[in-house]
Write a protein that binds this ligand. Structure first.
Ligand SMILES: *Cc1c(COP(=O)(O)O)cnc(C)c1O
Length: 433
């Protein structure tokens, strides 16, 4: 498979190059030249396939040029060694639980697959790779855990000071070794802008290779397709799928899976008050804005990174997008009420992100009677006990992975917002002397 630059479609490159660069020099996003149809035999066998097997069958379509099949098998088996669960809430509603990985959020899928690719690509490489990642909460932890100890690779995580939960902060700042956390006095958008500037303007004089592990990297997007095949394989055809969305990577992956033939009935793009895409679907006007802080903080994105890709899957055609996608948005009060109400109604404990998806699904099912659906639970409620426990009145049972990350000593480097500060940090550390 070749990948092209959405800004300049005439330039194509291979999987390895697209992954190592993250973003093209003109800040364009890489996209596969085609979204290949999966074979009828694949769909017939889907109900009996586990996630690693699905990952290999789908993944090889995209990586075949650069990763030998046996290597891809190893990457997928290592990356997806934890369960994906489909939990039934009632007869019309299931939760796709993507939080059973090591950092208890769905970002583990993309981060672990990407780290496996880097481990393979950097094994015979004499240039040090520095992976920059801006995080609004969960990405940083997943990348840190996945890349810990990968040789020849340093990870630098930028996170907005005071705007991630204590537990999320612990996951970023306590691992050490090849992982560094930069605590930026600013917003997630500031962090993201700093990373983008570094990637596009910093001259590293060939001494290091700078890349990004944000959801702009195609090696994070592709593995996010895998669990949608698994979910539909388990749940059956014709389900509505509601995805809690921030940078729109996860729902773009769902749209790509749909495009490859997966029988998803309809997509729901569910957001918090950062509602630029629901607004686009209702008004036809796309106007990115500054991000607003909410209790579903991993979705506090005013200018979604992956929107260009999402739009591309629908041929950049608003009418086609409207045919397949509905948008709903919810404020913090609604999220809180829903966590309370859903626990009373069904006994299911939602996290704030999953609650947005759950409400998105409910809203769609209210409008279109007879449909049934799956909402995506992207984080374990134990990551947000301060929000969730007062609403349900019961303690959340913590998974072992989260218990472990509360220990450990915090190490972060304080940084002012603004690209020049990041440039100076990287220059001092890698490029001077
Ligand atoms: C990142 C994240 C999201 C948003 O996913 P996007 O791919 O950015 O749309 C939703 N929920 C949780 C818990 C997340 O960490």
């Amino acid at each position: 498979m070749r990948f092209f630059n959405l800004k300049n479609p005439d330039i194509t490159t291979g999987f390895r190059d697209a992954v190592i660069r993250g973003l093209s020099p003109d800040m364009g996003l890489f996209m596969p030249e085609q979204i290949p149809l999966m074979e009828p035999d694949f769909f017939r066998r889907l109900p009996n396939m586990g996630l690693p097997e699905i990952a290999i069958r789908v993944g090889e379509k995209y990586t075949d040029e650069d990763i030998p099949r046996t290597e891809l098998e190893r990457i997928c088996e290592d990356a997806f060694d934890f369960p994906v669960l489909l939990s039934t809430i009632d007869q019309n509603k299931q939760a796709l639980e993507l939080f059973h990985g090591p950092t208890a959020a769905f970002k583990d899928f993309g981060a672990r697959f990407m780290a496996g690719c880097f481990r393979y690509f950097s094994a015979h490489d004499n240039t040090r790779t520095v992976v920059l990642v801006a995080t609004s909460g969960d990405t940083g932890g997943a990348i840190a855990s996945s890349f810990l100890g990968v040789e020849n690779v340093d990870v630098i995580i930028l996170y907005p000071s005071g705007k991630v939960s204590l537990l999320q902060e612990n996951q970023l700042t306590t691992l050490g070794r090849n992982i560094t956390a930069l605590e930026v006095s600013g917003s997630f958008d500031d962090c993201q802008a700093m990373v983008k500037s570094a990637l596009t303007t910093l001259d590293t004089k060939g001494r290091i290779r700078l890349t990004s592990a944000n959801s702009i990297n195609i090696a994070r997007l592709i593995p996010q397709m895998f669990y949608y095949y698994y979910a539909i394989g388990q749940a059956g055809d014709g389900k509505v799928l509601s995805v809690p969305s921030g940078n729109f990577g996860n729902i773009t992956a769902a749209a790509m899976a749909w495009k490859s033939g997966l029988p998803i009935q309809h997509l729901v793009a569910a957001t918090n008050i950062n509602k630029v895409v629901p607004d686009y679907l209702s008004t036809g006007v796309y106007s990115p804005a500054a991000s607003l802080q909410t209790i579903a903080n991993a979705m506090d994105v005013g200018s979604p990174n992956n929107f260009e890709r999402f739009r591309y899957v629908f041929g950049n055609d608003l009418k086609r997008m409207r045919g397949e996608v509905s948008g709903y948005w919810f404020d913090d009060d609604q999220i809180r009420h829903h966590i309370h109400d859903e626990y009373r109604r069904s006994g299911y404990i939602l996290d704030p992100h999953g609650a947005v998806a759950s409400m998105g699904l409910d809203s769609y099912l209210d409008e279109y009677h007879g449909a049934a659906g799956i909402f995506v639970e992207t984080a374990h409620p134990g990551k947000f006990t301060d929000v969730v426990e007062p609403l349900t009145g019961v303690p959340v049972e913590m998974p072992d992975s989260l218990k472990a990350s509360v220990q450990g000593e915090k190490h972060s480097v304080l940084l002012q917002a603004g690209y020049s500060h990041l440039r100076d940090y990287i220059t001092d550390r890698y490029l001077s002397g």
